[in-house]
Structure formats: structure tokens, C-alpha cells
Design a protein around this ligand. Structure first.
Ligand code: SF4
Ligand code: SF4
Length: 358
């Protein structure tokens, strides 16, 4: 079976796993060489609220900030090896039993149903390709400004018996994305993140309750996009993020890594070919970007823009440092490109005022 590393022609002899601390959102917190050192999405928020601009009212921001609540205040969701709690509605003697003899085929059916039950919009399973594990990780449950000396970047290493990733896509609410790049867009993104936290926490507990190890991950631990491609959830487009059949790029990704024996899905080669063809002739995401972050190249390349790109595969690279310009400028994660992509299925334009009336 061809996997993402074959499809996007990974240069295996040169490739080095990506250090998580190279993501712009982390570099802004600790790296004085980064153009937006110590500038975050919070930097211009007060001025935007006071500006009177449509989509930037105090009410809009109240919704956005509230939508992030579960993500920002539920560190348990990311704990990899939590103790059994007497609060759990499963006795320790049941949870600690050896796994029952259930076939990988049946376990995969249970896992996929549970993922949908807990809120995943799409779910797929892949064997874990170690190329996509981060080399090092950021030990930080925060996106507030830190001094460099407070941060550690230890090596990522997983228990040897972790073999599979259950990869889940969460649809982002379309009305908020329709109001990109305002605080209402940020509300849809935040709600997506909070749903990710909820879903990975519940999924990991489900798998642990059956006697297996489960490591819940949002964006941490491993690159979600290639794992999602391997799990059959979609394709990489010019926009630089995963495009799914049902929701286009209007999704968030999360995963649970596990030693549970599961049947893996295959990359959707037909859809990957369709996206390659479409993106070759379509520039809508690039045209929508006010910061020139999305490539107008005729075809994919091996040319990254900065150390914040994971290089080594052939794709349309995004200048993520320019994209971060947009995030700081709009005090949101912008998403004008997601709104513009025809695969996102965003209906006719609505105004932020109309958002509150629907
Ligand atoms: S999120 Fe905004 S700034 Fe970033 S690439 Fe998309 S349109 Fe450009
Ligand atoms: S907007 Fe067009 S070019 Fe950009 S990702 Fe979507 S289909 Fe591809």
C-alpha cells in the first residue's frame, strides 16, 4: 500500500523529523529571531474590540474566548498515562483486566463507532509511520508568552508497542468560518479545538477501559496531516492543510496513538489525484490571502520557506511566517483561505451581524 511518504515523495535519506518548537505559534513565545517574537493573537485584541469593526465586538470576542474553554482548561485531555480515578464509572478491577480476545476487525468497528459517538466528523486508522512523530516536543500547556529558559524541548519517544493512530477530523462550524477573519471565525476554530480536547479525552479512556494503552494527541506528538492521509481522511492541497471530501479544509485534526491491534485504512488515492489536479488549476486560497502566504507555483516543490515548514516532501509549501502575520493582524487564526476553498462548502457570504440572527 502506498502511504503519504510515497505519495508526497519523502526524501528519506535527508529527512529529519520536525521539532515541535519550530511551529510559529511556539516560536512567537520564545525565539527572538522570529519576526513576531512575543506577539500573539492576543496582542492587538483590545484595539480591535475598541475599533468598532464588524465582527470584532466585545460580544464576538466573548463567544470566541468561551469557545476555547475546554481546550484551554482541560489539561487532563492531553495526559498520556493518567492514574485510574475512583471518579471513573468503571471499577479498577474491570479496567485492569487483560484485553478480551476480540479481532482487530471488530475492534476497529468499535473504535470508529466510539469516535463518531464522541463527536468526530470523520475517523480513520493507520499504522504509525515514525517519520511523522515530532523529533522534540514543547512541554507547555499554554500559548502565553514565556522566557526561553522556562521551556524544555525533550525528545519525543513513545513506548515500543504503540503501533497505530486513530485519526479524527472535527468539522468547524460553517457560519463562523463564513465570517473569516473576524473573532467569529476564531470562535469556530476554538470550538473545533475544544471538541478535539473532548473527543481525544473520551476516546483514550474508551481504549484504556478495554485494557490497552492510549495516548491522546491534538496537534502535539506527531504531525496530524500525513497521519490523516495515511488513515484515508483526505489529501494535501495548495492551501497546505488537509482537504477532506465532506468538509474540505474546514476541519481540525486530532488523534489517539495506541497499542490496540487494529485494521488500517488506505489513503484515498482517487481523491488525492483529484485534489492535485484541482489545485493545479485553482488559486482561490492563494488569491484570498492578504499576506501572500500561499504559493502560486504551477506544481508542488521541495522548497520550504523557513524552519517552520516541515521539509522533505513534495508539496505546495505555505509561507507560515507570513500566515502568522495574518494571525497577529486579525487576532484570530484568519482562515480566509479555508473560507475561499470550494471544498469547504461555505454557502453565500454572511455578515457578522447576520451570524447572530441565524
Ligand atoms: S490563514 Fe489567512 S493569512 Fe494564513 S494562509 Fe490562510 S488566508 Fe493567508
Ligand atoms: S482553494 Fe483551490 S487551490 Fe486552494 S486548496 Fe482549495 S481547491 Fe486547492
Amino acid at each position: 500500500m502506498k502511504k503519504a511518504s510515497d505519495i508526497y515523495e519523502l526524501q528519506t535519506e535527508k529527512y529529519e523529523r520536525f521539532p515541535e518548537q519550530n511551529h510559529c505559534i511556539y516560536r512567537s513565545l520564545y525565539d527572538p529571531e522570529f519576526t513576531h517574537y512575543h506577539k500573539t493573537l492576543r496582542t492587538g485584541m483590545t484595539e480591535l474590540v475598541d475599533s468598532g469593526k464588524d465582527g470584532y465586538s466585545r460580544v464576538d470576542l466573548a463567544l470566541a474566548a468561551a469557545s476555547w474553554t475546554i481546550n484551554k482548561h482541560m489539561p487532563y485531555a492531553y495526559e498520556k498515562f493518567p492514574e485510574h480515578s475512583p471518579q471513573d464509572y468503571i471499577p479498577g478491577e474491570v479496567r485492569n483486566r487483560a484485553p478480551e480476545n476480540i479481532s482487530p476487525e471488530q475492534l476497529s468497528i468499535y473504535v470508529k463507532k466510539a469516535a463518531k459517538f464522541f463527536g468526530a466528523s470523520k475517523v480513520g486508522i493507520t499504522s504509525l509511520d515514525d517519520n511523522w512523530l515530532y523529533k522534540t516536543k514543547v512541554e507547555l500547556y499554554s500559548t502565553s508568552i514565556q522566557e526561553k529558559q522556562e521551556l524544555n524541548f525533550p525528545e519525543v519517544s513513545l513506548p515500543n508497542d504503540i503501533t497505530h493512530a486513530v485519526v479524527m477530523a472535527i468539522e468547524m462550524e460553517p457560519d463562523g468560518i463564513n465570517c473569516a477573519p473576524t473573532f467569529l471565525e476564531f470562535a469556530s476554530a476554538g470550538l473545533g479545538y475544544s471538541k478535539m480536547s473532548f473527543t481525544i479525552a473520551c476516546m483514550a479512556q474508551f481504549i484504556r477501559n478495554l485494557g490497552y494503552t492510549a495516548l491522546p494527541c491534538a496537534n502535539d506528538t506527531a504531525l496530524s496531516i500525513p497521519l490523516a492521509i495515511d488513515a484515508g481522511l483526505g489529501a494535501l492541497g495548495r492551501i497546505g492543510i488537509l482537504i477532506t471530501k465532506d468538509f474540505g479544509p474546514r476541519i481540525r485534526l486530532c488523534k489517539v496513538l495506541t497499542d490496540m491491534p487494529l485494521e488500517e485504512d488506505e489513503p484515498d488515492i482517487d481523491f488525492i489525484n483529484k485534489i492535485n489536479d484541482t489545485c493545479t488549476n485553482c488559486q482561490r486560497c492563494a488569491d484570498a490571502c492578504d499576506f501572500g502566504a500561499i504559493s502560486n507555483n504551477d506544481s508542488p516543490t521541495y522548497q520550504p520557506y523557513s524552519k517552520s515548514n516541515n521539509s522533505g516532501t513534495k508539496k505546495w509549501y505555505v509561507d507560515v511566517e507570513k500566515c502568522y502575520d495574518g494571525w497577529v493582524h486579525y487576532s484570530s487564526d484568519c482562515a480566509k483561505c479555508i473560507k475561499a476553498c470550494p471544498f469547504s462548502n461555505i454557502p453565500d457570504e454572511i455578515t457578522p451581524k447576520a451570524f447572530w440572527k441565524r
